[in-house]
Design a protein around this ligand. Structure first.
Ligand code: ADP
Ligand code: ZN
Length: 206
């Protein structure tokens, strides 16, 4: 199972990715999480990409592709993997064809009008990477999964969200056609409850 999850920021990719990976016992590879981990640890890569990420733009393709390629060579990817946040443009999609052609690409669709509200209500866990909406967790300050103090991601402010949606529209959305042509695209209506979306994904994966 080589799965790619597509969808705009705030569509629920991260949440669904975690559930899928638990069910099928495959590694969850999130390029956003990898970059954030590097920023937290102030690695040379983290220092390089920090300002780019904070502005809502894409990190450079060459490093991003290299990171994913190396990660996919690890033993735990032998029986499959799930990519969350990669590829994000045509260059990356073409590169991925060369080192690990995806078997199924799931596009989670949510109206742009709903996304800003979804993301501004998002609280993220710096320890386990989980994200939760205030509509569900209320004013709770700690991660329901691991107990760490929740934060608002630096790129989850209204201005940066608008930039990220623009980047999505210009660079990532064309991948829907790319994978349609490949015959691997499956579209899911993401404007439903977490469990309903998950159930449909399971059906698609069979
Ligand atoms: P979301 O899905 O909510 O937009 P992510 O955690 O996937 O958030 O990504 C956050 C940021 O990390 C992006 O806005 C971008 O700066 C960087 N990033 C993540 N994946 C990639 C990628 N494949 N190519 C370039 N930049 C990326
Ligand atoms: Zn946590």
């Amino acid at each position: 199972m080589k799965i790619v999850l597509l969808g705009a920021p705030g569509c629920g990719k991260g949440t669904q990715a975690a559930k899928i990976c638990e069910k099928y016992n495959i590694p969850h590879i999130s390029t956003g999480d990898i970059f954030r981990e590097n920023i937290k640890n102030q690695t040379p890569l983290g220092i390089k990409v920090r300002a780019i990420m904070d502005s809502g733009n894409l990190c450079p393709d060459d490093v991003t592709c290299e990171i994913v390629k190396d990660r996919l060579l690890k033993d735990d990817c032998k029986n499959g993997f799930l990519l969350d946040g990669f590829p994000r443009n045509l260059y990356q999609a073409e590169a991925l064809e060369d080192f690990a052609k995806p078997t199924v690409v799931i596009d989670i669709k949510v109206d742009f009008s709903k996304i800003e509200k979804r993301i501004t209500g998002r609280r993220s866990c710096p320890r386990c990477g989980g994200s939760f909406h205030i509509d569900f967790i209320g004013s709770q300050e700690n991660c329901p999964e691991c107990g760490a103090k929740l934060i608002v991601r630096k790129d989850d402010t209204p201005e940066v969200i608008r930039e990220r949606l623009l980047v999505y529209r210009n660079y990532t959305e064309p991948l829907i056609d790319f994978y349609k042509k490949q015959g691997s695209l499956r579209s899911i209506d993401g404007d439903r409850s977490i469990d309903e979306v998950f159930e449909e994904i399971i059906k698609v994966l069979g």
